[in-house]
Write a protein that binds this ligand. Structure first.
Ligand SMILES: Cc1cc2nc3c(=O)[nH]c(=O)nc-3n(C[C@H](O)[C@H](O)[C@H](O)COP(=O)(O)O)c2cc1C
Length: 213
């Protein structure tokens, strides 16, 4: 009788272990996910957002998590030339809003965070101070774009929205954030929560832009 009870207990523990083991395996297989959002869903729902919900805020820790994701981006000889200047205080955000042109200013009203991305010159595309090929510092811009791509995709995976802005007053941004002359100022990126569903852009047909050989 006692043996029967022990057997039963043993079987129950074994079943529990097997069950939890199985469900862990299942989770292991879902490697391409961030939280509950699949990578394809991140790609499909990431859009340039031009209307933000002003009632929602973002913490410094949340922004840091997105910036940590940029450190996973590849860069020329691992030079990591990208740098970020993050405006989070209402005063700084208001100052940056003035430096992205009137249309962008209206579109990013309500976004609680504005980020300036730059890259250090003479790193990517260079070896021992010499330009490696005809692209030169263009490779710094390339790396910065990659880094920013990681940022906006990670942002979407965490439920945030972004707008990359190439229309910006780089001289005034340089003064505002005291950005050294050896850095090229690239984009301003707004970060917030969408207020409306963004419009879907048209994409060129693949056979117009790709050639297989
Ligand atoms: C380098 C770069 C600069 C951009 N500059 C602006 C800008 O100043 N203002 C704006 O509204 N959108 C800007 N965009 C967003 C593009 O218009 C947008 O990515 C494109 O229309 C495709 O839409 P989607 O991002 O929703 O897929 C920029 C995008 C990139 C990559």
């Amino acid at each position: 009788m006692k043996n029967n009870k022990l057997n039963l207990l043993f079987t129950a523990v074994l079943a529990l272990l097997m069950f939890t083991g199985c469900s862990n395996k299942e989770n292991e297989n879902k490697t391409v996910t961030s939280g509950s959002v699949s990578f394809d869903e991140v790609l499909a729902t990431r859009r340039s957002v031009r209307s933000y919900d002003p009632s929602k805020t973002i913490t410094k820790e949340e922004v840091k998590e997105l910036l940590i994701a940029t450190q996973e981006a590849p860069s020329w000889a691992n030079q990591q030339p990208s740098k970020y200047y993050v405006a989070m205080s209402p005063e700084k955000v208001a100052a940056v809003q003035e430096l992205v042109g009137e249309r962008n200013k209206q579109n990013i009203a309500g976004a609680p965070v504005l980020i300036v991305s730059t890259f250090e010159k003479g790193k990517s595309g260079f070896f021992r101070g010499e330009q490696t090929n005809e692209i030169g510092d263009g490779w710094g811009a390339y790396d910065n774009g990659l880094s920013n791509a990681y940022f906006i995709l990670k942002a979407r995976a965490k439920g945030f929205d972004t707008l990359i802005m190439g229309m910006r007053d780089s001289d005034s941004l340089r003064s505002l954030f005291n950005i050294p002359e050896n850095e090229v100022i690239m984009a301003v990126i707004s970060l917030g929560y969408r207020a409306d569903e963004p419009r879907q852009p048209e994409h060129r047909p693949l056979d117009e832009v790709v050639q297989f050989f």
